[in-house]
Ligand binder design. Sequence first.
Ligand code: PMP
Length: 348
Amino acid sequence: MSGVVPAAGTISLARGVPSPDLLPLAELEHCAAAAIRRDGRVALNYGGPGGYGPLREWLAERHGVRPAQVLATPGSMLGLNMLIAELVEPGTPVGVDATTYDRALRSLRAAGARLVPPSEPARVRYVQPTFHNPSGETLGFDARVALAEAAIRDGTVLIEDEPYGLLRFEGEPLPTVSELLRERGAGELAVYSSSFSKSVAPGLRVGYLVVPETLVARLEARILATYVSPPVLAQAQLHAFLDRGLLEPHLARVTAGLRERRDALVEALAEHVPGATWTTPAGGYFLWAELPVDAAALLERARAEGVAFEPGAGFAAFGGAERAARLAFSWESPGALREGVRRLGRLV
Ligand code: PMP
């Protein structure tokens, strides 16, 4: 699975992880010291369950909500799990895309959710409108409005997971579905989740939720009972990074690096894998390829040639996707991506 260290020498199109050269090492070194110097007595102590106050304020301003509605969590996966525990009981119908984030599927299944396709009514729906994992696709404005209006019609709580949102290579940012819900007076249905894992550094473990006021006390109680307090120091370090205006120049460098990798991957697919089709994402870490062969069988042979990728079936909520693959372009260099695809093309 993504996050698992590949065998030495393997070219990994599996890892949804930033290439080490895209991490802001020097900046975060300064920000760690700055966080302790500025606010060490707070940053090195227990914090409230919702996280470091100045970070919550920064995020609240960005999202146009009250700071109390922002819960800064130790990574967004743990935040999503807190939410799922709060919203999903055994048998709860939860809408998911036909292919979607495998870890979210696992957490929903573990909570006993009854997964249903988007066409069926559901109490909760998990969506990724921007730079979707695994497809790389982004919903346009009209599709976002349609999602928000369907949620309002059915009274469905939308969990909008957007950890890749800041990694846009081209095109204009779109309003989040949560914003569209709030604009329509339906903020009680809007739950938003994001992370600095993809845009700054996953080792910080800083994610966050933006939730309706009605969920705040329940989630805070659950957090207190589960992990007491998030790591405040990492949140204060990240806040120093944001407060010093380091995010925008960093994003410019990261998106340029990711865009170059996406281009290398797409060009190599066109050159080496006849019969395949793929998405060309405008941001994020992944593209989705439809192959002319079974992906699991291909992976077995690819491993022997020193190439790894994620077969599509692991992301399929209702089966299928046997001939699809998620290809990550975040981890390897453009040259390694080209070489990996050349080897895959030979096997296909
Ligand atoms: N949601 C999606 C769609 C993801 O791809 C990931 C990371 N793979 C996460 C949530 C969790 O990220 P983190 O816990 O590092 O914030």
